[in-house]
Design a protein around this ligand. Structure first.
Ligand code: ZN
Length: 179
């Protein structure tokens, strides 16, 4: 067999099919249907080419199809991971903000009580700085100022606590002590 006959080798149909399925493996919406055929055609193509004893070509196409199939699988794993991880991270962040808000309210409440006992007129959190609070504290959800009401059962309140936004992002159980 010389170089001329080698050039005329027909390409394995399975190798072409593997390449096409490999390309579709990377197309969202089609990839779930194409990944497995890309592998199967690739395996079949390689086996056929090996058995053809040099009469068929297309090993490179089959390899390309299978590699794209692997990339398609990795893409889906990435999407799956994002679907699982993103809500968990958002929940974690919301919980952290709830805890920070609760901690802030404890400091502000203590500061308001201390100021009230010393007959300081306090109507907003900035009135507490710096004598009773080192710096102004705000709700971490939207940076809202706390409501100050000295002498009431709730000397400091989070304005977001009963609002829709706060309820959606914060865990109400963690705010229980504030009410
Ligand atoms: Zn808050």
């Amino acid at each position: 067999m010389d170089a001329r006959t080698a050039k005329q080798q027909p390409t394995s149909n399975a190798a072409i099919a593997s390449l096409i399925c490999g390309i579709f493996s990377l197309v969202p919406g089609l990839n779930l249907l194409a990944i497995l055929p890309a592998f199967i055609c690739g395996v079949v193509a390689k086996r056929t080419i090996t058995r053809s004893d040099g009469t068929l070509s297309g090993r490179g196409l089959a390899n390309a199809g299978m590699i794209m199939g692997v990339l398609g699988v990795l893409m889906w794993l990435g999407i799956g991971l994002a679907i699982v991880a993103v809500p968990a991270l958002l929940k974690e962040r919301a919980l952290n903000r709830t805890l920070t808000c609760k901690e802030n309210l404890n400091y502000v409440t203590m500061a308001v009580i201390a100021a009230d006992m010393q007959h300081f007129t306090v109507t907003k959190t900035t009135d507490l700085v710096p004598q009773f609070l080192p710096k102004e504290l705000r709700c971490p959800v939207n940076n809202a100022s706390y409501i100050i009401d000295p002498g009431s059962s709730e000397p400091a309140r989070c304005p977001n606590y009963n609002a829709k936004t706060h309820r959606a992002t914060l865990n109400p159980a963690a705010h229980k002590g504030d009410q």
